[in-house]
Design a protein around this ligand. Structure first.
Ligand code: LLP
Length: 422
């Protein structure tokens, strides 16, 4: 469920007309609904309310604008960060260090130091060299780093090849079979304290079975490690629950069903439960809005040429992802739809959002909205073709604010330096 609905034929974000935002901000832009973000966070929070304690750490890689982080942080969310930049952003948005978990396969010593100095809930370790490095950094600061080990359970998440992370050949985690050895080593390192286990098998999962397989393995491992004398009190179960990208397809499981699965597979262990959802919180909380520049009649195809492009929303070009694309002015009943190839102005054929999409007849100046664009949209945008970084807008009730402004050409150009010797 989201808060982007037509009212009197005009698409709204909560109580704000999208066309009003477009008039003020220009196009293209992203718009997020505070009510949808809040609702999705609460669904997860409630789904884990059975646990002795729990924390929903928003995977901010999916949407990292500080206004969104502040909104979720104020609701009690933690953050899952994967870089020093994300850590700094979360802190700048007011999220306390004790609610930040640090994931990622290649944390540098500089990043480790910054997080240890600024405060951190835990590091999710992904390799032995990283473990040795963190031990050294912690000792140099005279502290002890709380850690989990991300285990690779060798489970196929049955998702897009590029976002599956829990199979043997994937670069993530430590093979679950080697966990005993690794936890024994950690116990011998004075700069590290193992507190739990971490697992994340992939993104946009539309079934619960892969989670179940992975979590059953984590349950076994918890008991094994406890028997070996390790204190395992926290389980970080990653993110990955998928969202519906089309209104017609089968609905992925709900957070409440996911929460029940976690309880069924891991509840008996009495651990604190942590999860790292990104997409399910932010995905359907955002639209990308774009304007038609031209309708071009090709030889065999009718092209809708938009002012948004692959640099603004790369998911279709990168993963072949589907986003529903809808007109901002609702079609009058009975209007016959036409088929369009929907493209951006960037100079490569890959800059195609969709082929053969049915829309009411469109004309230059009309607005369209890409649904389910809140996650991995703005965060993956770039200035390719020297197209200014796409702005972001947050709506709450009947008001909106620009939360990332569109840079001017002068600002973009001023970032380059031409050396004196040229
Ligand atoms: N935790 C870890 C360690 C992750 O690597 C990820 C996502 C998440 C949590 C959050 O997963 P989510 O709940 O959002 O599925 N750019 C791709 C998605 C990449 C996901 C990377 N890791 C896309 O546009 O589909």
């Amino acid at each position: 469920m989201d808060h982007f609905l037509y009212r009197d034929g005009a698409l709204h974000a909560e109580d704000v007309a999208i066309a009003d935002i477009a008039r003020t901000v220009g196009t293209p832009f992203y718009v997020y609904s505070a009510a949808t973000l809040t609702r999705h966070f609460r669904l997860f929070d409630e789904a884990l309310s059975w646990a002795p304690s729990h924390l929903v750490c928003f995977a901010m890689k999916s949407l990292s604008n500080q206004a969104v982080l502040k909104l979720l942080g104020d609701l009690g969310a933690g953050m899952d960060v994967v870089s020093g930049g994300e850590y700094a952003r979360a802190r700048a948005a007011g999220v306390p260090g004790e609610r930040i978990v640090f994931s990622g396969v290649g944390k540098t010593r500089t990043e480790m130091r910054a997080a240890l100095e600024g405060g951190i809930r835990q590091f999710n370790l992904e390799s032995e060299p990283e473990m040795e490095a963190l031990n050294e950094v912690a000792l140099s600061l005279g502290t002890v780093a709380p850690v989990t080990v991300r285990v690779n359970p060798d489970v196929d998440a049955r998702t897009h090849e590029k976002i599956a992370t829990g199979r043997k050949g994937d670069k993530f985690g430590i093979p679950i079979a080697r966990a005993s050895e690794v936890y024994a080593r950690i116990a011998a390192l004075p700069g590290l304290k193992a507190i739990g286990i971490d697992v994340h098998i992939g993104s946009q999962l539309t079934q619960l079975e892969p989670f179940e397989q992975a979590y059953l393995k984590v349950a076994d491992l918890t008991e094994r490690l406890r028997a070996e004398g390790h204190e395992i009190t926290r389980l970080d179960l990653g993110g990955g629950l998928g969202i519906p990208y089309t209104r017609s397809n089968e609905a992925p499981p709900l957070p409440v069903e996911y929460g029940q699965l976690v309880e069924r597979t891991l509840g008996h262990l009495g651990c604190e439960i942590e999860i790292e959802p990104g997409r399910l919180i932010s995905g359907n909380a955002g639209l990308m809005v774009s304007q038609v520049i031209y309708v071009k009649e090709g030889e065999s195809t009718r092209f809708l040429i938009l002012d948004g492009a692959m640099n603004d929303l790369i998911r279709p070009a990168m993963y072949g992802a589907w986003h529903d694309i809808i007109p901002v002015a609702e079609a009058a009943p009975g209007v016959e739809q036409q088929l369009y190839d929907i493209v951006g102005p960037v100079c490569e054929s890959g800059d195609t959002f969709a082929k053969g999409r049915a829309l009411p007849p469109m004309a230059s100046g009309d607005l369209v909205a890409f649904r389910s664009a809140g996650a991995y949209g703005a965060v993956m945008s770039s200035e390719y073709n020297t197209r200014p970084l796409i702005p972001e807008v947050l709506v709450q009730g009947d008001h909106f604010a620009v939360i990332r402004a569109r840079p001017t050409f002068d600002e973009i150009i001023a970032r380059d330096t031409i050396p004196e010797w040229l």
